[in-house]
Design a protein around this ligand. Structure first.
Ligand code: DGJ
Length: 755
């Protein structure tokens, strides 16, 4: 039984295949957090919570004068409140009608149901009814009658527990929620570290590992989006945890707006983690009878290090967050014209690129920025979603038809949330832009934001995009967003409601995405925000893939995709082969290396197909047919990080067929050494008793002189030549020898197949 509710003891135990979570309402009615970790039994573990008086940690009035040992300031709780005796970081901060900032939650009841709860207007993990269960625990602040419904979704097989909170104003007066986190998790002992994923534009999701020592540690975003700068995902772990060992907890927030993840180690060395909407730009009015739903957080626990933790999340994102036709369907190999032409193109040129690409096996042509309004650079035109027929030399419909005639599908770029001051839309509706009256707005890429918190704006965008989708043969949309939001203000909100703007904006965005994806299910939507500025599990509910970064340099991408892989599966990472010298770094890398790295993603091209040499064209054909051959392994396989970009020579990763019948190991020499030590990786996920043949993809040898190739073949390690086999046990325990590097940034792909 995944959920065991003992009504008498008020003890709640959640089990997944390998984990257990427990909480208990104590005599006062405080819902205590008892346990989260390895799979355990249903016994009451609250004996481990020791009550002991602590100076300056006060006691609730109801406990009477004799109980100085009971303090909310040190008790582990499921949902802590500001203002009533817990001085740590807290989950809920309520401003009552009298202006006081206080809430004290007491247990009221619970309900268990089959299936997984959903959240109105927000993304949430979903599943078949038989695959998940829901526990709802109701708490109440007796003084204000504010009710808090804690929702727990248990996905047994995936080792996933989700959490969300519904807050209902059951009192007679209006209140303001100043903070309403999605979760609170308290560990009663242990020393922890956390891994967070920081970055910036073209350098997203670098890993930082810090000790969670005494004090408050926080990451977050006040940029309107989840941001390039901190990803709404973190791992809390034991000090010695690594890829394969150690206890660790993953927290992924299904939210694309402003968030905060904070941790505090308290006076008795307990660690508390709080995750939710960032409170800085949040003040939500709740009138009597109204409810507020927080976004969802998904948690997983692994006793075997980060690899298992990531795979739990990957599986759940692929199967229980991504939706629609494109969840299962093979995604097309695309070519995008952005780095080929930027704003400077004609329709004729685009068709020529498309025709060339079609001959090489590309399946989808994506027309990026610059096809609409007055848009020859980034200073104008955003908001005017009307094709620039003069620039295209025909209607958009005709252009799409010409591309489809080349044998390709047609895709289109939009930045629906952007508005340029120099646009007809702005001239007509200046009040639709996000600016504070009487102040000059902050410009970024010379653009403003369209106020997606407004329903009329949402409807306008839905109508405009629907009209284009209806009249044009569109199979794919790239949904971009190229700035952070500041000057937060909506002309449609009252002064008292401006604190709702940031969250209402995200709700508006989700409404537009929900409507369009439901109306046009055949369209594949790819999220983007200047690359990976809104790469989060919330967006993946609407767009099953997201452009991972504007940095297309394959060596830089090793780090970006490595960091991203901790929280997200490769099937969600937009990755393209681009031209060299690379446009972001000027680095020159072999073609085969660029394709190897892009294959750890959705795979496509971002270059001018008309400029490829005959030799390169042959390589592209080969790469595409390989990608298709490996597709299932890449998109649906179990992902293993074998060597990190911080390794001395090589970054390596593996995708294994879940039953262990085959695997694809990819290795890129990010540093080439003379007299180098051999690189050996322990292949994972194979069957110990089976024998495997190794097929080495020789693309990396293509540009080599004949003597070099001969020498290479002579030095090939055992297992790569005709007829040689290695057992699964040997590959897992002793390892696979990666062939050496013949040049800088050499990449190898090794397909391991059961004999
Ligand atoms: C940022 C995106 O990430 C790029 O790929 C490209 O679409 C540009 N915007 C277009 O303005």
């Amino acid at each position: 039984m995944p959920i065991i509710a003992d009504a008498e003891k008020r003890l709640f135990t959640l089990h997944t295949k390998n984990t257990t979570y427990q909480m208990k309402a104590d005599s006062l009615g405080t819902l205590l957090h008892v346990y989260y970790g390895e799979r355990s039994d249903d016994s009451d573990k609250s004996y481990a919570i020791c009550l002991r008086g602590r100076g300056f940690s006060g006691n609730p009035y109801e406990m009477g004068r004799d109980n100085k040992d009971y303090s909310l300031d040190v008790l582990p709780q499921e949902y802590s409140c500001y203002g009533t005796g817990d001085y740590r970081i807290t989950a809920l901060k309520v401003q009552n009608a009298d202006g006081s900032l206080a809430a004290a939650l007491r247990y009221k009841g619970y309900q268990v149901s089959k299936g997984k709860y959903s959240i109105p207007g927000l993304p949430a993990v979903y599943s078949e009814e038989k695959e998940a269960d829901t526990l709802e625990i109701v708490l109440e602040d007796p003084a204000s009658k504010v009710e808090v419904h804690l929702l727990y979704g248990v996905l047994y097989e995936n080792d996933i527990i989700t959490r969300a909170v519904k807050i209902v104003n059951g009192g007679p007066d209006g209140i303001v929620l100043q903070k309403a986190a999605s979760m609170n998790l308290d560990w009663i002992n242990g020393d922890y570290e956390w891994l967070t994923f920081y970055g910036g534009h073209v350098m997203e999701r670098n890993i930082q590992r810090d000790e969670l020592g005494h004090g408050i540690h926080a990451i977050g975003s006040v940029r309107g989006t989840s941001s390039h700068h901190y990803n709404p995902f973190a791992i809390v772990c034991e000090r010695n945890a690594d890829e394969e060992r150690g206890r660790c907890y993953g927290f992924s927030f299904l939210y694309s707006g402003e968030f905060q993840m904070e941790a505090e180690k308290d006076q008795v060395s307990q660690t508390r983690l709080i995750c939710g909407i960032h409170p800085d730009n949040f003040a939500w009015n709740l009138q009597p009878g109204e409810a507020f739903d927080t976004p969802e957080i998904m948690m997983t626990y692994s006793a075997d290090g980060f690899g298992t933790l990531s795979r739990n999340l990957h599986r759940t994102i692929r199967e229980n967050i991504c939706r629609g036709e494109w969840k299962e369907k093979r995604r097309p190999v695309l070519i995008n014209n952005w780095e080929a032409t930027y704003f400077n193109f004609t329709g004729e040129q685009l068709v020529t690129i498309a025709r060339n690409a079609a001959e090489l096996g590309v399946e989808l042509f994506v027309l990026d920025d610059g096809w609409f309004g007055k848009r020859d650079d980034d200073n104008s035109g955003l908001g005017d979603w009307f094709p620039n027929e003069k620039k295209l030399g025909c209607t958009l419909k005709e252009l799409a038809e010409r591309i489809v005639d080349c044998g390709l599908q047609f895709g289109l770029w939009f930045e629906p949330e952007g508005i340029s001051e120099d646009s007809d839309l702005y001239r007509e509706h200046p009040d639709w832009a996000v600016v504070i009256p009487g102040r000059n707005p902050n410009l970024s890429r010379n653009q403003l934001i369209l106020d997606f918190s407004r329903e009329d704006v949402q409807d306008y965008i839905i109508e405009r995009m629907s009209a284009i989708f209806a009249e044009t043969l569109i199979s794919y949309v790239k949904w971009d967003f190229n700035r952070s939001i500041c000057d937060k203000f909506s002309m449609a909100l009252t002064a008292q409601s401006q604190g709702e703007f940031a969250h209402r904006y995200v709700l508006g965005l989700y409404r537009v995405l929900e409507t369009l994806t439901a109306k046009f299910p055949h369209i594949l939507f790819e999220g983007c925000s200047g690359g990976g500025g809104r790469f989060d599990a919330g967006m993946l509910y609407y767009t099953p893939q997201i452009w991972c970064s504007d940095n297309t340099d394959a060596i830089a991408r090793l780090e970006i995709q490595y960091g991203t892989s901790f929280g997200y599966p490769v099937s969600t990472m937009g990755a393209h082969v681009s031209a060299v010298p690379n446009h972001q770094t000027r680095r020159i890398m072999p073609f085969s290396t660029r394709s190897c790295v892009a294959m750890a993603g959705t795979f496509g091209y971002e270059l001018d197909a008309t400029k490829l040499s005959e030799e390169e064209k042959a390589q592209v054909r080969q790469q595409i047919s390989r990608f298709k051959e490996y597709y299932d392994l890449i998109q649906h396989g179990e992902y293993y990080r074998l060597l990190a970009p911080t390794d001395r020579q090589c970054t390596a990763w593996e995708m294994a067929e879940p039953a262990g019948k085959e695997a694809l190991v990819s290795a890129v020499y990010h540093r080439v050494e003379g007299n180098a030590a051999p690189v050996i990786v322990k292949v994972q996920g194979l069957k110990a008793e089976a024998n495997y043949r190794m097929h080495l993809n020789m693309d990396g040898l293509e540009d080599m002189p004949e003597e070099a190739k001969e020498w290479f073949m002579k030095c090939l390690p055992y297992g790569y030549k005709e007829g040689e086999m290695i057992s699964g046990a040997a590959l897992q325990q002793c390892g696979l020898v990666i062939p050496g590097a013949m040049e800088e940034y050499q990449a190898w792909q090794i397909h391991i197949v059961e004999a």
